[in-house]
Design a binder for this molecule. Sequence first.
Ligand code: NAD
Length: 434
Amino acid sequence: MEPATVEPKFPTIGSSPQGVDSANPFEEMMSRFDLAAQKLGLDPGLYKVLREPVRETKVSIPIAMDDGRIEVFIGYRVLHNIARGPGKGGIRYDKNVNLDEVRALAAWMTWKCAVVNIPFGGAKGGVICDPGSLSRAELEKITRRYTAELMDQFGPEKDVPAPDMGTNPQMMAWIMDTYSMHARHTVTSVVTGKPLSLGGSRGRVEATGRGLMLICREAAPLRGLTLAGSRIVVQGFGNVGSIAARMCHEAGAKVIAVSDIAGGIVNEAGLDMAALVAHYEKARSFEGFPGISRITNTELLELDTDILIPAANENQIRGKNAGNIKAKIIVEGANGPTTQKADEILNRNGTLVVPDILANAGGVTVSYFEWVQDRAGFFWRESEVNERLEDIMVQSFRDVASMAEKYNVSFRIAAYMLGISRVAHDTMVRGLYA
Ligand code: NAD
């Protein structure tokens, strides 16, 4: 019998499902990518090139646990695009890490680096684990083995990791050390988000939160507000959320509610952020903080506020709750917190959504500064870092705003259009190697 021939299926612009309200971040990313590609009139061949990750790697991480048991953790690294420079993107430690999530996060890094016009492509990594239940020794073993497995893929000119949810500067130091031991010399620029004494940059820890505050300041006048005096609600109280809340408070805004995974707290008169941060650092919870009422994360997102900063994880604002959101402006600290279905509802209701790939780009921007400083072996003052960060965030906000106006699209689609057009242009200029 003749073997059946299988026609290859090539993706075409507009073939991704639209109006998605999905738990799959890759579908969410592709639905926006398609809309932006259509608006740009992107060449169908370039569309195929830009949607496919360059490489996806799965690694097995066998570890002897503290009690002597052997466990095997699974890790991923996706290199999405390197047309404009080495891959760049964080490593996430979380129970829910999966390949589709890492793939979406890697693509978002490609567009994000292009939106803020820094010379990096996009990448992302993750390990399926619950970092809160692991000892320091176990976390160190996981981090070192993950790095060793990816030794050939990481490198200052190839793919440069950074922190994300569940990872921190100490883990970046272990990555730097493991890579350096294999390379037989110290390579600080292989990873960013390191401790200051090991080639870290001043201002890196605060960079994502500072960038969010700057974006709140730039966006506020578009809804007749000023940041000083605006009411702010922040979901997530980790690196991004706690620092964004503190910086907005220091800029004169009134932070009325914050939350972590256990739930939220609210004080309509405004939270004393310095006291709250000090309390949280000690207690690792909001429990026992005076003058607050407890609310759920669902209630928090629906509070009457000027600006809402979701800074936890994906898919928090969906079809089912978007209609209840009262914020005039949403500034996305997390990656992918809003589904496409929710975007449609928010746009209809006149809510200004400043998308993740612009709003939270402060982190990767200062990661870029860290990489530059490591390679030069010359370190900048914090004021220099912050000034350069402000220049880039303000310019990028203006670039996206004028794209939105020119094409009469949302800020999200405008940001995708800006990022995609830059990557597409550079891909064309380089040409296809074959
Ligand atoms: P983190 O681990 O420091 O903090 C995460 C916070 O979110 C914690 O307070 C946790 O309790 C809370 N949280 C988790 N799940 C939640 C839920 N379902 N509801 C409410 N709160 C929840 O992580 P981070 O570095 O602050 O990252 C937060 C988000 O920002 C992620 O989406 C990450 O990809 C994105 N991001 C981080 C950076 C960075 O520089 N760290 C840069 C850009 C974007």
